[in-house]
Design a protein around this ligand. Structure first.
Ligand code: SF4
Ligand code: MG
Length: 322
């Protein structure tokens, strides 16, 4: 399968300002050198605790935030080097679905106008054609024609997320970054929206980057999964490989907290020490060393490389260097 997207050494730093003159005193390294690729047609899950940089990674890929460093190549084209107008056109192929469907929908606009907006922005069709497309999009996401005339507050959370998905779909994108699209929804609604996303992937040849804080949500939908910790990717593998043979101690800890379908394959529960460190002042070496049950001296000194451990299973851990 051809590669659709390559992310290479992506960084997003936010300056910390202090003192009387608002002098730059340091950086929050929200994303600190992340590299991975996404194949056409796959779903790449990205998982990690809140504040690990997964949303910022998604937003920096689409340049909703400007990357501080690194490259993002979509079909071989470097997105960070595109001028504003070229990037605007490129956005037709790169869309985002947000976590909180209510916050991301304009409360004063009807659903039909919300879904139509990207068509207007990109100058697609005349008024009549756009109205037809809105109708079609409503049906595609499981809503009805009359919903076009309703306001966001008149919908349930699940319906609002369907509108968010219809809006993203309107311009027929190739890649959708879905940032915790079901986290704000009731558990009973989550699987409906996940099933919808899977159906749409089939019928529209979509590629997904699916961001979640929960390994159980991405399990079903992902072909491969990447695990992030404090602005870095620590492990990435095919879905079953990751669940069956996790390499990184952080992944092992996350998995040990997930209930497993087969109780015979008992996993030892690994309880992580302490909280996620402050990203303003991340630990030296391996950023996980303050919580890792296997920490060694070298872990405090040297940042482990994110390396292919075989068969496309990537991990960044000094344990694998021995
Ligand atoms: Fe633990 Fe060291 Fe591996 Fe980091 S590099 S995960 S501290 S063993
Ligand atoms: Mg799939």
């Amino acid at each position: 399968t051809p590669t659709l997207l390559e992310v290479e050494g992506l960084k997003k730093y936010y300056p910390i300002r202090g003192g009387v003159f608002g002098r730059r005193t340091g950086d929050v390294k929200a994303v600190d050198g992340v590299s991975f690729s996404v194949r056409a047609g796959e779903t790449l899950g990205i998982v990690g605790e809140s504040g690990c940089g997964k949303s910022t990674t998604g937003r920096a890929i689409l340049r909703l935030e400007e990357p501080t460093a690194g490259d993002v190549r979509f079909k071989g084209i470097s997105l960070p080097s595109l001028h504003a107008e070229a990037m605007r056109q490129m956005r037709r192929q790169l869309q985002m679905v947000f976590q909180d469907p209510f916050a991301s929908l304009n409360p004063r606009k009807k659903a039909g106008a919300i879904i139509e907006e990207p068509l207007l922005v990109h100058g697609i069709g005349d008024a009549k054609e756009r109205r037809q497309q809105v109708q079609e999009l409503l049906h595609v996401v499981g809503l009805d024609s009359y919903h076009a005339e309703r306001f966001p507050h008149q919908f349930s959370g699940g319906q609002r997320q369907r509108i968010g998905i219809a809006r993203a779909l309107a311009v027929r994108p190739k890649l959708i970054v879905a940032d915790e699209p079901v986290s704000a929804l009731d558990v009973s609604i989550q699987s409906q929206v996940l099933n919808l996303l899977e159906d749409l992937q089939e019928s529209f040849d979509l590629t997904y980057i699916f961001i979640a804080h929960d390994l159980s949500v991405v399990r079903h939908i992902s072909d491969r999964i990447g695990v992030m910790y404090l602005g870095r990717m620590v492990e990435l593998a095919e879905r079953d490989e990751l669940y069956d043979h996790p390499i990184h101690p952080y992944t092992q800890a996350l998995l040990s907290a997930v209930p497993i379908p087969n109780p015979a394959a008992k996993r030892e529960r690994i309880v992580l020490q302490g909280d996620v460190p402050n990203p303003k002042d991340p630990p030296s070496g391996c950023a996980f060393h303050t919580r890792c049950p296997y920490v060694m001296e070298i872990c405090r000194q040297e940042r482990p490389l994110f390396r292919n451990q075989g068969g496309g299973h990537f991990a960044a851990c000094h344990l694998t260097e021995k």
